[in-house]
Ligand binder design. Sequence first.
Ligand SMILES: [Zn+2]
Length: 506
Amino acid sequence: MFCSILSAAISGVEALPVWVEADVSDGMPQFSMVGFVSSQVREAQDRVRTALRNLNITMPPKRITINLSPGDLRKEGTRFDLPIAAAVLCSLGRLPADAFSGMMLLGELHLDGRVGRITGVLPSVLTARDRGCSLAVVPAENLAEGRVVEGIRVIGVRTLKELIRLLVDGELPEEEFCPEPAAAAADLDFGDIRGQEMVKRAALIAAAGFHNLLLQGPPGSGKSMTARRIPAILPEMSTEEMLEVSRIYSIVGLLPPGQALIRERPFRAPHHGITAPALCGGGMYPRPGEVTLAHRGVLFLDELPEMNSPTLEMLRQPLEDREITVSRVGGTCLYPASFLLVAAMNPCPCGYFPDRSRCSCGIREIRAYHARISQAVLDRIDIHCEVPAASYSDLDAPGRDPVTSAMMREKVLAAYQIQKERYAAERFRFNSEIPPDSIDRYCPRTPEARRMLKQAFESLGLSARGFHHVIRVARTIADLDGAEQIGEPHISEAICSRNSDGRPGK
Ligand SMILES: [Zn+2]
């Protein structure tokens, strides 16, 4: 007897439909599995056989063939255990053959028949709905995640027995009430940072135009404090963005238990010793890297010059294209990677240059330290900001009201609104993304601003790239100012945010 059940495989950040087919026939007793499956999927036969035996269901001495189609799509992981078990039971006549129409089934199976949590439930349920399924049965632990998808019924099962009862008698599994954890209030506030007004200003401009930011300063000057506070001044994510991000976290299994949606913009801060696959995605079983986990949020790279330089160079593609290509068995896959890069570095290897009472690094050493970051990477960072060590008067200034995140966020939102309207008909969304050929159209300059730009171009030796950076940043500064045209003060501030065309410390 033959049986076929719909399930799904993950490829990139998409879930693709997979049919799990089982056939039981007379012949040499054996259990075989075909259809471009990884060894992990192949091991399902042992889990299924044992789980069934523990339910007192013995497999008859027959020939059982499992096929996972389409055959050109590689299947990985343990997500097919449950549909395989169900398909076997169905073809043995233990489950009604029509039980699986309009249904998607996913789940890992433990030897004792418990159904285990899997990754990628959110995109899989989306695929089920889009293919017209009316029901998705998923592991109970993934239920909250599946229920995010509207327009399809989602049921969670804890054991294989519960699945059988559901399919045979229509008995619904008991549901544990799991309240959605309250959204953590952003408890990091720019108001906690005393002084450092220039740095806060740079963070504001970066957030307002989605400009990448490089912070350079001695240890303890507040570079990491600044970076951690940036997600909270970005606008809240739209529902579509939440789904986009949650889909990624679902695939890597990073959705917090019981939490269905990622509502806050991600903040990722990998260590500088990170490997290329961990940063950009890849590996034996390809999974998204930090650049994808930071999608729609902030990627903070501290101690940038300490990073392995081939790894650092790999950032060029996502910074340019806002997505990254990862090669895998049987082709490549594309992961989204639209993040705001906040990088930080010390001014010299010891960290205290130009304070010669503490720093004895040679000039050549300092140059070599800076040269570890290639010009190509620096070219993709619009704003370079020096973070001075906090001064005593900043720290001990009662009565002076600090700039808070709420104040900054209000300005960012206004600038976003302007960009949203201005670029409504474009492919890009932010000032930092204006292509060179559209700069004149979107960045009108006053005659004074043009004069100043010309002067800077000549005296600072700006490159064409540097020139475009200055104008894009000036566009954001003018937007924060509510100005239609870019004026002289906007250009002047933009030039200061980019000392000597990128190479700090020269
Ligand atoms: Zn030093």
